[in-house]
Ligand binder design. Structure first.
Ligand SMILES: [Zn+2]
Length: 972
């Protein structure tokens, strides 16, 4: 095979698609509509192979629906909003080495170009162009007439309308809330701003105020109910601590805590620094039990975690238990007087089934923990905390909370200590450390007068759940994550002080952030087509967007007001307004929203919320696909692993279709898929082979006489493939479809050809059948590998584009059980014979097959019948058989075979049993028809006989071992 010119193939068909406008979609009342969207790209760098999967699946879905008769719309826009672009441009303008290397070395951007993209908007425009080119090159069937960016002035106007609507509904709140915060950018940050795309989780930590010498020693804990079990306090002797006035109270805290508290609206005035060692051996008083406990050293205490002071509960906390063992050992032989150490024993406060009174000791033993820095301590802690939280009960040491569940005791302790001023709240990033894209470590910041979208609003939540319940979620396994996210979402900061985007309409100091202005833009695709086309009608609003009134959006998207009044108010013609409204009603809602699985808990859930807030219930979203990621040869793609392949380079290197199949073929929807150049090469070969076969076939005459059993077998298999491919495509199990068309169907066709042999027999229907096979292959392949499918389609002599052809429908008339069963006899017999030859090393001169006697068929069928009816008692069955005079006359052989047959029929796979029950095969004829084939395969003479007949000799008495579907074999 010479080098195949993928680029030429792709260009040719992309041009033809553009000419025939396959991807431009306008309303068509004669056909049902299908609206597909994929999360619009964020152009702060070029796309790489990892981005290809979501868009390819969306394109497959769009192309499949187009072929299935739907008026299908698949548009694309670009997300310019927010901090990532801003951060990237800033780093580039500061000549950040890492960014420059990424752009020049990984993405191959000429150094000379970099100067021109140091400004966020210019950078976005540059990468938008690049991404769009890539999407065209890989063959996505996008309606580009609807393209827009979120920095377009009328888009901003649209988002302002959206936010005014939310505000009117009471979904926007302003208040003081903790947010994840970049101290460098002085801005709230969300998942898109964080390295590794991690959603920040903020949790409440409880500060328990221990006291000594009139000073407060605050410890931070997630388990306030364990305060009864405190035996001591831990500090890190290697850390720096300070004495400070915190909101007017004298506190001792780690130096790092000063920042943390200031970010959380506390006033902190540091009085003096104290080395950790100076705190050791002091005693402080437990605010609840009034017990005096010492301050002891522990290495595991991190100064930037909590307050840098930790209360020690060795009975129930694995870290504390381990640290206590070690501190005792360390000071055992110390000359200093630490007699108090020996007295410290764990205190049991929680009863937990399956554990001793000190569960921490049990679990440290179970995990075989070696020291305070053993990572297994973390697992041990997680396991024990969860068990105690869900199943633990407070014991008598926890009076007055004895008998309460841990969960209830926690609430009670928090309530009681807070009301007596001995406890307060501190917010913590539960999944720290998190790093901003700018490189700074994130903190929790309590922002005054921050704007929030209140996803906690109960009515809204109810609506979101209602919408989700009606939606298709692919894969269905993800539905729980959505339910969880919708339940869990509360107030979420929705505006920032920096970045591109839309100003908050009532407070223009703030810019609406990226995950808040990207939830209803699917509606904007309808409008964008008109904005792009009817430029004149909207020109004055482009210049002065404020002049486009809310009534315009209310009319086109919500059907509020009348076209007359809006036309009067805006000067936009009534006809144009009505056309936009009509088109919106035609395409909305979105039938399938495509995105990666990482967006379930944020973007995709917000999408559900906002669409229910704005649109009529019959225009709520219908479905979501959240697919897994793409791995590169088993590894996550990352700059440090240097395994990022830019998408456009990959298309140039592997070809568009091999790349598309490469990211679809190795995984189910919810799993990560594994791409490798070797896989792409294999796929390349298969695709080129399909094209070559189609060309050969296209040149041949297809004259037919009548179908043989073998022809009918091929057509029956073909029909089964269509059925399976359609069912898989309906659930977007694209991997299965790839397997069907590239492997299963290919194997069937290969078997068909092998059975027919190299020579064309006069009047055979081979080409006629193969044409049908390839015709369907081209159609099934069309959504997946559209360029190759077009080439095959044309080579087969079809007029028009396969992209516009009909998706094949299963045809019940082609189902042929007899042909399928016949062919399985041939296949099994071939295999059995080959195995015997391999085992014996014989070179056969003659092979004789003996098919089972008719009475065996009779027993076999009866056995299948009984098994279907679940009447499988062997004794009864044999009695039943032997009651027939004809079978009784055969005697013991009949009884023996009956016992074997009923056992086989019972153990057989249900599918196989169903395919055989009631089926009478003319095995003799089947094998006789295949004599040429066997003779070709074994280069030997073939004979076929029947058990009990003398026509063919049986010198070794083999015939009696023949069974239905399993002829006896004699080799000479
Ligand atoms: Zn930052």
């Amino acid at each position: 095979m010479g080098k195949f010119n993928w680029r030429a193939l792709e260009k040719k068909w992309q041009k033809k698609w553009a000419w025939s406008k396959i991807d431009e979609t306008d309303p068509d009342p004669r056909r049902p509509k299908y609206f597909v969207t994929a999360a619009y790209p964020y152009p702060n760098s070029p796309q790489h192979i990892g981005h290809a999967r979501t868009y390819t699946i969306a394109d497959v879905n769009a192309r499949f629906h187009r072929m299935s008769g739907y008026n299908t719309l698949y548009p694309m826009g670009f997300h310019y909003t927010g901090t990532p672009l801003y951060a990237m441009a800033k780093r580039l303008s500061q000549n950040d080495r890492e960014i420059i290397e990424t752009f020049t070395k990984i993405y191959g951007i000429p150094t000379a170009k970099l100067d021109g993209i140091k400004e966020p908007r210019k950078m976005a425009d540059f990468f938008r162009d690049d991404i769009k080119k890539g999407m065209v090159e890989i063959g996505f069937s996008v309606d580009w007439r609807r393209e827009f960016t979120t920095a377009d002035r009328l888009y901003n106007r649209f988002i302002q309308w959206h936010f005014r609507w939310l505000n009117k509904r009471g979904y926007i709140t302003q208040g003081t809330h903790p947010v994840a915060w970049c101290p460098n950018d002085k801005n709230p940050v969300g998942v898109v701003d964080i390295q590794g795309d991690i959603e920040p989780e903020i949790g409440d930590s409880h500060i328990v105020k221990f006291e000594g010498d009139g000073t407060i020693y605050p410890t931070a804990t997630l388990r306030p109910e364990t305060i009864f079990g405190v035996t001591n306090i831990w500090v890190n002797p290697d850390s720096q601590y300070v004495r400070a006035q915190v909101d007017g109270e004298p506190w001792v805290i780690s130096k790092d805590t000063v920042d943390t508290l200031e970010h959380q609206n506390h006033t902190v005035r540091v009085e003096k620094e104290i080395p950790g060692t100076d705190l050791l051996w002091k005693t402080v008083v437990n605010p609840l039990t009034k017990a005096s406990v010492p301050i002891l050293p522990a290495d595991f205490v991190e100064p930037d975690n909590g307050t840098g002071l930790v209360m020690s509960v060795p009975g129930h906390a694995p870290y504390d238990y381990q640290a206590l063992i070690e501190v005792k050992a360390r000071y055992e032989s110390s000359p200093e007087p630490h007699e108090s150490l020996e007295k410290i024993q764990p205190i049991s406060i929680i009863r937990l089934e399956g554990f001793s009174e000190f569960p921490a000791a049990d679990i440290v033993k179970k995990f075989d923990v070696k020291g305070q820095d053993d990572p297994r301590l973390e697992d041990a802690t997680k396991e024990l905390y969860s068990k105690e939280f869900h199943n633990g009960v407070m014991n008598d040491n926890a009076r007055p909370y004895s008998g309460m569940s841990v969960e209830n005791a926690r609430e009670a302790v928090v309530r009681d200590l807070t009301s007596s001023g001995k406890m307060s709240i501190m917010y913590e990033l539960l999944n720290k450390p998190l790093v901003c894209r700018c490189g700074a470590k994130l903190v929790v910041h309590v922002v005054d007068k921050q704007w929030f979208i209140n996803y906690g609003e109960p009515e809204w939540k109810k609506q979101a759940h209602q919408c989700l319940d009606e939606m298709t979620i692919l894969p269905e396994e993800r539905r729980n994550e959505f339910n969880y996210a919708i339940d869990w979402l509360r107030e979420r900061a929705c505006a920032r002080k920096v970045g591109l985007g839309t100003k908050l309409p009532w407070d223009p100091d703030w810019t609406i952030e990226a995950l808040s202005d990207s939830v209803i833009y699917m509606a904007y695709y309808i409008l964008a087509k008109y904005l792009n086309k009817n430029w004149l009608a909207f020109k004055k609003f482009e210049k002065d967007p404020e002049k486009l009134p809310d009534s315009f959006f209310n009319y086109v998207f919500l059907g509020g007001g009348t076209s007359e009044s809006v036309a009067h108010e805006t000067g936009i013609s009534k006809r144009l307004l009505e056309a936009i409204r009509k088109e919106f009603n035609h395409f909305y809602p979105v039938d399938m929203r495509h995105s990666g699985k990482d967006l379930v808990s944020n973007h995709l859930s917000f999408y559900i919320f906002h669409n229910t807030a704005l649109f009529a219930q019959n225009q709520w979203p219908k479905g979501i696909v959240a697919n897994g990621f793409v791995l590169m040869e088993g590894e996550k793609m990352s700059k440090s692993l240097e395994n990022i392949v830019p998408l456009r380079q990959a298309v140039a290197k592997f070809g568009a279709d091999p790349l598309r199949l490469g990211v679809l073929a190795t995984a189910e929807l919810n799993q990560d898929t594994d791409f490798s150049p070797a896989l792409a090469t294999t796929i390349q070969e298969r695709l080129v082979n399909l094209i070559q076969q189609s060309r050969k076939l296209g040149r041949k005459k297809t004259g037919r006489t009548s179908y043989s059993t073998l022809d009918r077998w091929m057509l029956s298999r073909l029909n089964a493939s269509v059925q399976a491919a359609t069912a898989a495509m309906d659930r977007l199990r694209v991997r299965e479809v790839v397997n069907i068309v590239l492997y299963h169907l290919e194997n069937d066709a290969a078997w068909y050809q092998r059975r027919l042999g190299p020579k064309k027999v006069k009047g055979d229907s081979r080409n006629h059948v193969l044409r049908q096979v390839f015709d369907l292959k081209a159609r099934i392949l069309a959504p997946l590998a559209p360029h190759v499918a077009e080439e095959m389609w044309a080579a087969l002599g079809n007029k028009g584009l396969v992209a516009k052809a009909e998706w094949p429908k299963p045809n019940d008339k082609l189902v042929d059980r007899i042909a399928e069963a016949s062919e399985s006899v041939i296949k099994d017999t071939l295999e059995d014979t080959s195995e015997i030859l391999k085992a014996t090393g014989l070179t056969p001169r003659r092979v004789t097959y003996y098919v089972a006697a008719p009475w065996k068929w009779r027993i076999y069928q009866k056995a299948l019948d009984m098994a279907v009816k679940s009447q499988t008692n062997q004794g009864n069955f044999i009695r039943d058989i032997m009651s027939e005079p004809e079978l009784r006359s055969i005697g013991k052989p009949a009884a023996d075979f009956a016992s074997k047959a009923i056992r086989q029929a019972t153990q057989m796979k249900e599918e196989l049993r169903k395919s055989r029950v009631g089926l009478e095969l003319k095995e003799m004829k089947i094998l006789e028809d295949a004599m040429d084939f066997f003779s070709r395969e074994f280069k030997a003479e073939i004979q076929v006989g029947q058990e009990g007949e003398k026509r063919v000799s049986d010198p070794k008495d083999r015939a009696r071992s023949a069974e239905p579907y399993r002829p006896a074999i004699f080799i000479e």
